[in-house]
Ligand binder design. Structure first.
Ligand code: FUL
Length: 495
């Protein structure tokens, strides 16, 4: 009884001090909860968990591209065996500038390339193995795909990332854990020191058996430490610590997507133990609700990345040229990834000439035109919230951010009378992710109608609905962890 009273008193003090420091104290990347706090204390702390600057910069890119290109491009396979001859690799018309131009024009802000896929073939002349471009006929063994792509990225102001598969079906030392970890870190070191700035390191989760059946234990912590030392601003993804796999490869993220999540990042045994105790993994439907918060001891800023291929496979196959996703599918994916608080990582695999095909280019151009058209006119056009509750609105920068404190209702009059079918909301995540539930209503011919409801917002939330015309629009934040900070509310018309 005494213990409970003490805990309650301590919790009350934390609540008081939390609210006092509410807008000034933030936790970057991770917050550890005090022992046995009330849920209210945890929620107040969760509201002030913010991204690391490198995670914020990553999130703001919104659209990034994947390039799967390797020996599989020449063998018509998705997973190579590791026994393929490097002689097969000969992309005679390879033009990395074409890749970057096409992807840049599509709106992509970064390109991540498979420097090594599971088959172990290296796209750069590594010193660690002969299983690389150096043993191929391409440019008489003098070529370096990573160098060509890096230079092209530099030229077009594109960020650059590498995928280095931990699973390696060619390396003889795979399965001899310390030996392979050294080998893998040498490969990482080459990629992170020979080519200038690297913005993302993508660690795949696949972990197959070694040649003699032994299982490889990856030294994740050593990999992370090496990256922090060599490329401190690079985000590490998937089995990495900064960017979380959304849990599908379909292009569709969760409608409720918490970047502030109880899921412990990365592949270390410590993280695995935390996630096991909570009964969650990357595919769980719920990774951040208050119900989970009540059980958790830590909360992490670990935002979602949606990886999906523009084709059925990750690698180019001639038979899939006719199966490239069309504009309406890509637009739907955009709304379901970027529009669901995630970064889109769209895979566009070059063919065996070393070029992105016209089929893919057509779809990418269509996507870009659709996006430009979507954002062309904001029907609210910076309209200030007014009416019910405005006395409680706090303008933070007097332009777009507003923070309804008590009465969380704000009304807007569309600047242009036109129909719309997409709403976009953004939270100022530099002050945390807070909104748990919202509703958007429209007044037309003196009748209020609910046009959209949603849960989380985060960096960006977009909702599509049947076309609406309105004299007035009302946004109500129904529940939120602490004062919400809405940085954008916009209405658009999508084709
Ligand atoms: C998966 C891999 O096994 C696929 O081949 C592909 O690289 C995809 C992005 O990740 O885990």
């Amino acid at each position: 009884m005494i213990r409970k009273t003490l805990v309650a008193a301590a919790a009350l003090m934390v609540i008081i001090s939390c609210s006092r420091h509410q807008e000034t104290e933030f936790f970057t990347g991770r917050v550890d909860f005090p022992v046995e706090p009330y849920l209210g204390v945890k929620e107040a702390m969760a509201a002030r968990l913010i991204p690391h600057p490198r995670q914020l910069e990553w999130q703001q890119m919104e659209m990034t591209a994947f390039i799967h290109f390797s020996i599989n491009t020449f063998t018509d396979r998705e997973w190579g065996t590791g026994k393929e001859s490097p002689e097969l690799f000969n992309p005679v018309s390879l033009d990395a500038e074409q890749w970057v131009r096409v992807l840049s024009e599509a709106g992509m802000k970064m390109i991540i390339i498979t420097a090594k896929h599971h088959d172990g073939f290296c796209l750069w002349p590594t010193r660690t193995t002969t299983h690389s471009v150096a043993s191929s006929p391409w440019k008489n063994g003098q070529g370096d795909v990573i160098r060509e792509l890096r230079d092209a990225c530099e030229k077009y102001g594109m960020k650059f990332g590498v995928y280095l598969s931990p699973w390696d079906r060619n390396a003889e030392c795979y399965g001899d854990s310390p030996e392979y970890n050294r080998f893998y870190m040498e490969q990482l070191t080459e990629l992170l020191t020979w080519y200038g700035k690297v913005d993302e390191v993508w660690f795949d989760g696949a972990n197959g058996e070694g040649p003699d059946g032994r299982r490889q234990e990856y030294d994740w912590q050593a990999y992370y430490d090496l990256i922090r030392e060599l490329q401190p601003d690079a985000v590490t993804a998937i089995m990495g610590e900064d960017v979380r796999w959304v849990g599908t490869e379909s292009g569709y993220g969760r409608e409720t997507e918490w970047s502030a999540t109880v899921m412990a990042p990365g592949g270390t045994p410590e993280s695995a133990a935390i996630n096991k105790a909570l009964g969650i993994d990357a595919m769980s439907a719920d990774l951040g609700s208050s119900n989970l918060l009540s059980k958790a001891e830590h909360l992490f800023w670990y935002p979602a990345e949606v990886d999906v291929s523009i084709r059925p496979g990750w690698f180019w196959h001639a038979s899939e040229d006719s199966l490239v996703k069309d504009v309406s599918k890509l637009a739907d994916i955009y709304l379901s990834s970027v529009g669901r608080n995630a970064v889109l990582l769209l895979n566009v695999p070059p063919d065996n000439r070393g070029l992105i095909t016209d089929h893919d280019i057509r779809s990418l151009q269509g996507l870009r035109a659709w996006i430009d058209n979507l954002y062309a006119v904001d029907l609210l056009n910076g309209a200030r919230p007014y009416g019910q509750g405005t006395s409680n609105l706090i303008d933070n920068d007097n332009t777009t951010t507003w923070s309804p404190r008590h009465n969380r209702v704000a009304s807007f009059v569309p600047a242009i009378a036109a129909t719309f079918n997409v709403a976009m909301l953004q939270e100022d995540i530099t002050r945390g992710q807070r909104v748990e539930k919202f509703i958007i209503e429209a007044l037309y011919e003196k009748m209020w109608d609910t046009i959209a409801t949603g849960t989380t917002i985060g960096y960006k939330r977009m909702i599509r609905f049947p076309e609406v015309k309105a004299d007035e629009i009302r946004l109500t934040i129904i529940s939120s962890r602490s004062t919400p900070h809405i940085s954008t509310f916009a209405l658009y018309h999508a084709d």
